[in-house]
Structure formats: structure tokens, C-alpha cells
Design a protein around this ligand. Structure first.
Ligand SMILES: [Zn+2]
Length: 243
């Protein structure tokens, strides 16, 4: 059942690109000190940013841009060959001060509302589970949201998104910034296959580190350090095996 919506129209939208299906659901945190300031910013013509929906900490949902319009939430981004993520996505901003202003757990009422909203969106658009993404997945060098406290497992239990139980953290060989060679090349290839944007250099560079951290925030949130440890690699393999 669609949750009740408040409406606060944002002028920040344009036409979706012709010929691109809406097949990504992109989740964000607002990263601002207060929810009210975030809604105001998303509706301010000077901000040039917006999202289709906003979810407050108490579970109130605000519709801001019609789903048939292109909202401006992804910025410079990439996923699985696509750079115009805004044309292909529905964006949801979830109120949280974020890593800059006091990152904190998302309240149950907020997550319950977000789940109801996502289920409603997924019932109306052909969005595959593996294309329900974090902003950090599509912009790993710039973004951390919605971050490692976001309960992706709870969403998956409600039928939203692609998720496997993360492989337990264990001792073993790691690849990390500064490394190069076959293990790095293989890791980067697997991350690219899943959808992440990564160059083809054989070095584990700062971009690779950011992508590994983004992967961990979403799929192995217990430790986010940008180091490809055995648990990270095994979790990636489990995901690739279940796409
Ligand atoms: Zn974001």
C-alpha cells in the first residue's frame, strides 16, 4: 500500500533522456544539519538539486518531483556503462545529518516508510534488484551516502535490492592501495562486472580504494576501510553468482 504523501514541489527537474528506461532506484542521505533545511534546499531553485522523494526521520514522506521527470540528485556518476544516472533513476533523499554533521542510525519509523515507498516504486517500474543502489555506489570518489548504517539487509528482507549475507571477516591475504598484479586486476574486473566505474590500470589506486569502500558500505558494512580483504572479495563473488 502506498504510504500517505505530503507534497512540496521542487522546480529542479527537466526531461528524462529519450530512449532510456527508468531502471535504477538511487538512495541517499540528506547530509544536512536538519530535515527542514534539507527539504528547503531540495525545493530551492538556486540549489539546482532535487529528488523525487524525501523521507523524514519520523517516517513522513514528501513527494517533490514527478516520477516522469528527471530529478537532479546523482551528479557526476557512473553505473554499468551509464553516466546519465538521473535520466534512468528515481531518487529518494533520506534525512540524516550524515558523516559531516553527526551520522546516526536511521530510526525504524523512517526505514519502515522508506521500505513502503520503495516497494511502491518497484511495483510500478522495471527496476532489477541489483539496480537499487547507494549514491556512493555510483559516485564513490565523491559520496558516502546513505552510508554503512543504512540497513540494506532489512530492505532486502522486504524484497528490495540485491543482498547476500556478507562473508565473515577473517584473516588472509589482502589487496590494498599501492598493490598491483593479477589479484588487483581480477578484483577490479569483478567490481566492473558488478557495475562499478573503475579504470583498467593494474594498480590498486585511490579510485580502487574508494570503490572498495563504497562496496563495503553497501554490502559488508561491518568494516569500511577500502582494503580488499578475503571477506570483501568473497562477498563480491557471492553477489556476482546471484545476479
Ligand atoms: Zn546523495
Amino acid at each position: 500500500m502506498m504510504p500517505r504523501l505530503d507534497h512540496r514541489p521542487s522546480p529542479n527537474h527537466d526531461e528524462r533522456a529519450v530512449g532510456k528506461p527508468v531502471d535504477i532506484l538511487l538512495l541517499h542521505y540528506t547530509g544536512m544539519r536538519s530535515a527542514e533545511a534539507a527539504v528547503k534546499w531540495l525545493a530551492d531553485p538556486a540549489s539546482k538539486v532535487s529528488s523525487h522523494y524525501f523521507v523524514d526521520e519520523d517516517g513522513r514522506i514528501v513527494a517533490m518531483v514527478d516520477e516522469d521527470r528527471r530529478a537532479w540528485h546523482a551528479g557526476k556518476a557512473f553505473w554499468a556503462g551509464e553516466t546519465d544516472i538521473n535520466s534512468r533513476s528515481i531518487g529518494i533523499e533520506i534525512a540524516n545529518p550524515g558523516h559531516e554533521f553527526g551520522y546516526r542510525p536511521f530510526p525504524d519509523a523512517q526505514i519502515d516508510a522508506a521500505i513502503a515507498l520503495c516497494r511502491d516504486i518497484l511495483a510500478r517500474h522495471a527496476i532489477p534488484p541489483e539496480r537499487v543502489l547507494a549514491h556512493s555506489d555510483v559516485a564513490p570518489l565523491r559520496k558516502q551516502d546513505p552510508g554503512e548504517l543504512f540497513p540494506w539487509a532489512k530492505l532486502a528482507a522486504a524484497g528490495i535490492g540485491h543482498w547476500v549475507e556478507p562473508a565473515p571477516i577473517a584473516e588472509g591475504p589482502v589487496v590494498r592501495r599501492g598493490d598491483s598484479g593479477a589479484a588487483v586486476t581480477d578484483l577490479k574486473q569483478r567490481l566492473r562486472t558488478y557495475g562499478y566505474g573503475l579504470g583498467r590500470e593494474s594498480e590498486f589506486d585511490t579510485e580502487t580504494e574508494a570503490v572498495v569502500a563504497a562496496f563495503q558500505r553497501h554490502f559488508r558494512p561491518e568494516r569500511v576501510d577500502g582494503i580488499a580483504d578475503p571477506s570483501t572479495v568473497a562477498t563480491l563473488e557471492r553477489l556476482l553468482a546471484t545476479v
